[in-house]
Structures are given as structure tokens and as C-alpha cells.
Design a protein around this ligand. Structure first.
Ligand code: NAD
Length: 483
């Protein structure tokens, strides 16, 4: 597999580089080896991307939705045909096991391209009759949209932002995370192969300063960030200074409540999926697992048995179900939280050690007897560290579940249907689950409340965040004036 891209950036339909940019090394997390080198965008590259996106947008918006949608759907087909190669590249970029990337990354990106491609032709305004006068509305593009990505789902994030933006007639500049710069370039390549005119989907590399240069440019109309809450605060503030539209997909510390009547096997599956998929590097993970005291020991025992079945190893081996962390730095952060958990008195019941050797591997980790005030119950770790907390009372556990600055996701496991819906209604979270966890189909809105975000990705809701409505008042008779 060729992991070194043709060039660092993709602008105006072409690969391009500027070797004056700061070098960025790309590490394969499973070995620590350098597998590619790119350059951060220089001011000239940033200017080229913005000017290209600005120049191309009006003609794209003037095309019919059917024409725009056809290109997106063709891109979805190409992505599916190349799923194997794209998944291998995603595994090199992130370290996530091929077992995951082959079903959750390019496939999810293709779903977004197909869904919003299909929707493009349906985007219309409305007619409002007012006596003999009337108003019609036009759903219009915003203009140039900037997408800024996190490193955990590089292909998916590039598509979840690009597909609705393009469907609505916008142009896009996407800046991937500096940790995983490879996959978004492939998304750009495929879109252009599918017939996307030059300049409409551009990818430029760089760190926060490149993202900031995009956000503050007056020609940019919208910013969609997937990243941490501290970055979100900075980007939101910079965008607000010029009244730009924003979507903020930020971090979380989501609760999962397991009642005493829950199917323990399903609840354990939910806890595993919601804590250890992608080695715990998932924003919506349910890392505070509240388990009813009556079933706590049974839950912990079954969890440990199931964790023993995790296959930790070479991410390219289809049998591997738990890969390395994305970087040494991210592993060090997770390990430092584990040390804090032990120091603050939580009971380490499973794993939690770095795995010696090449790559950035660590064991999945479970803490029991965690209390609400402990650091591991309050801060986002973004690693494979599950905190199990006890409870006995529904109202009390709901209040504790909501006692956080975050509000991305929340889950409840119970056989009592009334309780399930009552608890889901009570959660302060944008994306909730009943007897399941972390599903993210393109048809459903995804996003957070409170500090976890603004706006929604996926579904019809995303259209509201990539378009604006213009009202046109039409008077049929004479106009009156007071003088
Ligand atoms: N809600 C979601 O959909 C979602 C999905 C995935 C990850 N996340 C969150 O992302 C975080 C992990 O990703 P990360 O470590 O890459 O996040 P991060 O906040 O460090 O970086 C995110 C992106 O923002 C860029 N950036 C940094 N400073 C910037 C600035 N001042 N202006 C513009 N851009 C800037 C980075 O270069 C990167 O591309 C976690 O908090 C996780 O929960 C959220």
C-alpha cells in the first residue's frame, strides 16, 4: 500500500504542494514507523484554496440539485468499490483495526454521499399565500464552508461535512487533523473522479494555525469543527466575530445507565462497544457506566470475561478487534488518567497498562467503585478507560448522569419500556440510545447539547446547517404609503 500521498494538498481539482510548509510526519500507530510526510499549508496555499473555493461556488449552486446529487451518488459508488483500499489506508492513518475500518469508515462516508446526493434534488423553498399577495422562499447555499476534522474518523468526518455542504450548493475546504492527514485526500480525489468541478472540495493540511487562518477569512461563510471542547470554544468565538454559521461536534463524557432488569449480556455489549471500539477514541462513548447495585458484580464479572476475548494485535489482521492508540501522546494521556483514577481511590478491575513493544498499544481498562467527583468521571479521556459507578434510584441516577458540562450522548439499558422512554426524555444529551449504543446512521441527526456542540450532522437536520432561507414578498396590487 502506497501511503505517501502524491502531494500534501488537493486544491482546485489538483494535487499541489509547497515544501516551504512545516513538515508533518505521519506515524503508523501499530509500529510507530513514519509512513508519510506532508507539509502544513503556507499562507499561499491557504489563499489558493480559499480563492478556488470562492470562484467555483456560484456555478455549482446554479446547477440543479439533480445534477449535483448525481455526482455525489457516483462518488458514493466509487467509495464502495474501493472500500478495501480506503479501509487499509484508514487503518494506517489511525491504527484502528481493519475489522472496524472495513465496515465503519469509507462505508459511512459513502452513506453520507449517497444520502445527501439523493436529497439534493428535493431541496425546495415554500409558497406562503397572503390574501392575493404571496411569499415564496428560496433555500440557498451559504457559500464557502470550512470543515476541520479530528483524528479518530478521518474519512467519515471528511464526508459527513462535505456531502451535505456540496448537496446544498456550497464549496468546501477541509482541513484534516494533523495526526491523520491521508484519507481526506482520497475523498477529494474520488469526488473529482465522479465529476465534481474543480475548486469545490479542497483539502489542505496543517495544525491549529491553518484552521484558524481559514476560520477568520472573510470569504468563508461557515465553519464545521469536529474536535475537543477547548478548540470548539476558540473556533466558535472566532467565527462569531464575523457572524459565520457554525456546526460544533465536540467532546463528551456520556452516561450509560444499566438498570437491574436489563439484559446483562446486551448491556455488557453496549458497554464494550461504547468504551473500547476504536480503542476508546470515540466522541460519543458512554464512559460513565452507572450500574444498579443489585447487578453490579454480575455485570463486572461478565464484562471481564468478555474483555478476555479481545484480540489485541496487528490492526491489519482481520481477527484483531482492539488496536493501538492513535499516538504515543494520546496513550500517555489515557495512562495519566488511569494513574489519577488509582490515586483518587477508584478500584482498577481490568487492564489499564501500556503494552510494551512497538506501537502505541495499551490494555482496555475498567474502574469500579468510581464516584461522581473523581477526575476519571468528570473529564473526557478519549481512550479505553471505562468508569463503573453504582446507583439504586432512577431519579437520582438521572440527575447524576446529567451533572456534567457535556451533553453529546447517553444510553439506557432496561426491559421496562416506560422507564426507557422516561429516562431518554430526561437525558440532557443530543443523541440517546435505548438498549443499544453508538449507532450513527446517516438518516438520524447526530450532535450534542451543552458544551458538546452546536448544530446537527447527518439526516435532514444537516440541511438546515448548510443552507439559508430567503423570503421573497410578492405584492400583486398597488403599494400603499403614509405620504
Ligand atoms: N462530536 C463529534 O462528532 C466528535 C467526533 C470525533 C471527535 N470528537 C472530539 O474530538 C476530540 C479529539 O480530536 P482532536 O484531539 O483532534 O481534537 P482537537 O480539538 O485537538 O483538534 C481538532 C481539529 O481542530 C484543529 N484546531 C486546533 N486548534 C484550532 C484553532 N485554534 N482553530 C482552528 N482549528 C484548530 C486541529 O488541527 C484539528 O484538525 C475529542 O474531544 C472528541 O470527543 C468529536
Amino acid at each position: 500500500m502506497q501511503t505517501q500521498p502524491i502531494a500534501s494538498h488537493f486544491i482546485n481539482g489538483q494535487y499541489i504542494d509547497d515544501i516551504a510548509g512545516t513538515p508533518i510526519e505521519v506515524f503508523y500507530p501499530a509500529t510507530g514507523a513514519v509512513i508519510a510526510r506532508v507539509h502544513a499549508a503556507t499562507p499561499a496555499i491557504v489563499e489558493h484554496a480559499i480563492a478556488s473555493a470562492k470562484a467555483a461556488q456560484a456555478a455549482w449552486a446554479a446547477m440543479s440539485g439533480t445534477e449535483r446529487g448525481r455526482i455525489l451518488r457516483r462518488a458514493a459508488d466509487i467509495m464502495r468499490e474501493r472500500n478495501h483500499d480506503l479501509s487499509v489506508l484508514e487503518t494506517y492513518d489511525t491504527g484502528k483495526p481493519y475489522q472496524e475500518t472495513s465496515v465503519a469508515d469509507a462505508t459511512s462516508g459513502a452513506d453520507a454521499l449517497e444520502y445527501f446526493g439523493g436529497m439534493a434534488a428535493t431541496l425546495t423553498g415554500e409558497h406562503i399565500q397572503l390574501g392575493e399577495d404571496w411569499v415564496y422562499t428560496r433555500r440557498e447555499a451559504l457559500g464557502v464552508c470550512v470543515g476541520i476534522g479530528a483524528w479518530n474518523y478521518p474519512t467519515q468526518i471528511a464526508c459527513w461535512k462535505g456531502a451535505p455542504a456540496l448537496a446544498c450548493g456550497n464549496s468546501v475546504i477541509f482541513k484534516p487533523s494533523e495526526t491523520t492527514p491521508l484519507c481526506a485526500l482520497k475523498v477529494a480525489e474520488i469526488l473529482h473522479e465522479a465529476g465534481l468541478p474543480a475548486g469545490l472540495y479542497n483539502v489542505i493540511q496543517g495544525l491549529g494555525d491553518v484552521g484558524a487562518a481559514l476560520v477568520t477569512d472573510s470569504r468563508v461563510d461557515k465553519v464545521s469543527l469536529t474536535g475537543s471542547v477547548p478548540t470548539g470554544r476558540k473556533v466558535y468565538a472566532a467565527a462569531a466575530a464575523e457572524m459565520k454559521h457554525v456546526t460544533m461536534e465536540l467532546g463528551g463524557k456520556s452516561p450509560m445507565i444499566v438498570f437491574e432488569d436489563a439484559d446483562i449480556e446486551n448491556a455488557v455489549s453496549g458497554a464494550i462497544l461504547g468504551n473500547f471500539y476504536s480503542s476508546g477514541q470515540v466522541c460519543s462513548n458512554g464512559t460513565r457506566v452507572f450500574v444498579h447495585s443489585d447487578i453490579k458484580e454480575a455485570f463486572l464479572a461478565r464484562l471481564a470475561e468478555r474483555l478476555d476475548n479481545a484480540v489485541i494485535g496487528d490492526p491489519m489482521d482481520p481477527a484483531t478487534s482492539f488496536g493501538p492508540m492513535v499516538s504515543k501522546q494520546q496513550r500517555d494521556i489515557a495512562l495519566s488518567y488511569i494513574a489519577k483514577g488509582e490515586a483518587e481511590g477508584a478500584r482498577l478491575v481490568y487492564g489499564g497498562k501500556a503494552i510494551e513493544g512497538d506501537g502505541f498499544y495499551m490494555q482496555p481498562c475498567v474502574f469500579a467503585d468510581v464516584t461522581d467527583d473523581m477526575t476519571i468521571a468528570r473529564e473526557e479521556i478519549f481512550g479505553p478507560v471505562m468508569a463503573v459507578l453504582d446507583f439504586t434510584d432512577e431519579a437520582d441516577v438521572l440527575a447524576r448522569a446529567n451533572d456534567t458540562e457535556f451533553g453529546l450522548a447517553a444510553g439506557v439499558f432496561t426491559r421496562d419500556l416506560s422507564r426507557a422512554h422516561r429516562v431518554a426524555a430526561g437525558f440532557q444529551a443530543g443523541t440517546c440510545y435505548i438498549n443499544t449504543y453508538n449507532d450513527a446512521p446517516v438518516e438520524a441527526p447526530f450532535g450534542g447539547v451543552k458544551a458538546s456542540g452546536v448544530g446537527r450532522e447527518n439526516s435532514k437536520a444537516a440541511i438546515e446547517h448548510y443552507s439559508q432561507v430567503k423570503s421573497v414578498y410578492v405584492r400583486m396590487g398597488d403599494m400603499e404609503a403614509p405620504f
